[in-house]
Write a protein that binds this ligand. Structure first.
Ligand code: FAD
Length: 337
């Protein structure tokens, strides 16, 4: 496939609302395109999406391919694969990005298999660089970066020989920049070439469970690790989070021990967070935990072990027993508030 100089993003929408991860990817695509001297394009499919299309452009899309068809209102694999594949074949971008959501993880591999190109799943970083294989130098290719071998190493994966280079990217890891409503991007409407036979899957009923834990949107997170020891002690974490108006987070060890439920887990196999304040209580700071919170603006660590690795990334560290420190913290905060 000969390629145009474009970084393309598949824009996921759910019930007509664009997913945050897609906007994060547009912002990252803009950065990558800047390094490549390329344009940013995007694919948005669904029904009645004019307003959302304009919103996506304001994040820095130069050309948005809008596919509107009632039958595409909700994601189903066969028609979406056909629509997205056809646009990729026609536009020949050099990079295509998908969110590592249920939809992106279903769609990305289908497109990769159809086009016989590579796909790196669940990336946590993307960069541009050169790569040499024997005597062949590939310039300005996509470094697809993700944890590997249980998070013990960070692998950089390249797929320079066949284009487009494709990756799914974890939610919450790429920074969203402020949109610019005056950004001049073009909307190109695409007529999907779909037949009734493509709609093999029929959605009979959609059941949506409301998210009760909103770690991604929280500005303050108070997290407890296995150092909290008991469910009764975990009430201290909950109380501190409540007093500060924050959300409750946890390490995987705390989740595995049943101190708190899985949706609260922060880290490589939990949620990636970037709050203004992250308070880690009784958490050692394993690489897998740090992968999900190291980008927090301010980190406070409370740990009885002065050599705990969490102190290497904490802005403020308190060495001591969390059972004594957290009540003092709460008392001091209430006295000031
Ligand atoms: C593939 C893979 C994926 C993983 N994904 C994740 C993930 O997403 N998130 C995650 O968190 N982990 C993840 N892990 C697990 C990770 O490796 C660690 O085991 C885990 O993060 C440890 O949790 P912890 O810090 O609560 O426990 P520990 O490492 O046991 O640390 C407990 C800390 O509490 C301190 N402490 C004890 N008592 C007190 C007290 N009274 N007061 C103050 N401090 C005290 C101790 O000094 C210690 O530093 C993953 C592991 C693997 C292999």
């Amino acid at each position: 496939m000969s390629t145009k100089n474009t970084v393309m993003v598949f824009i996921q929408q759910d019930d007509g609302i664009v997913a945050d991860v897609s906007l994060e990817l547009v912002c990252k695509a803009k950065e990558l395109a800047g390094e490549l001297g390329a344009k940013v394009s995007a694919i948005l499919a669904g029904d009645k999406l004019d307003a959302e299309a304009k919103r996506v452009i304001s994040y820095g899309v130069d050309e948005l391919f809008l596919v509107e068809d009632k039958r595409l209102a909700h994601y189903t694999p066969v028609p979406y694969t056909k629509v997205v594949r056809d646009i990729i074949v026609a536009q020949q971008p050099q990079i295509v990005l998908y969110g590592a959501t249920t939809t992106g993880r279903d769609l990305g591999p289908r497109i990769a298999s159809n086009l016989k190109v590579g796909l790196t799943a669940d990336c946590t970083d993307l960069q541009i660089g050169d790569h040499k294989i024997k005597e062949q130098l590939y310039k300005n290719i996509l470094y697809q970066i993700r944890p590997a071998f249980g998070g013990n190493i960070i692998a950089t994966i390249v797929s320079p020989e066949k284009l487009p280079q494709m990756a799914t990217v974890r939610e919450g890891v790429m920074k969203i920049v402020e949109p610019d409503a005056s950004y001049k991007g073009k909307i190109t409407k695409v007529d999907p070439k779909l037949e009734d036979g493509d709609f093999l899957t029929e959605i009979i009923k959609r059941v949506r469970e409301e998210k009760r834990v909103n770690l991604k949107g929280a500005q303050i997170i108070v997290s407890g690790g296995i150092g909290v020891e008991t469910r009764a002690n975990f009430k201290l974490i909950e109380e501190l989070a409540h007093v500060l108006g924050g959300e409750i987070g946890a390490s995987r060890a705390a989740v595995d021990a049943g101190l708190v439920s899985q949706p609260h887990q922060v880290g490589q196999t939990g949620t990636t967070v970037r709050p203004r304040l992250y308070i880690a209580c009784g958490i050692s700071g394993s690489i897998q935990h740090r992968a999900g919170m190291a980008e927090s603006s301010k980190i406070i660590a409370i740990n009885s072990d002065p050599d705990a690795p969490i102190f290497q990334i904490a802005h403020y560290g308190i060495v001591g027993d969390l059972k004594e420190i957290i009540p003092q913290f709460i008392k001091a905060y209430k006295a000031k508030a």
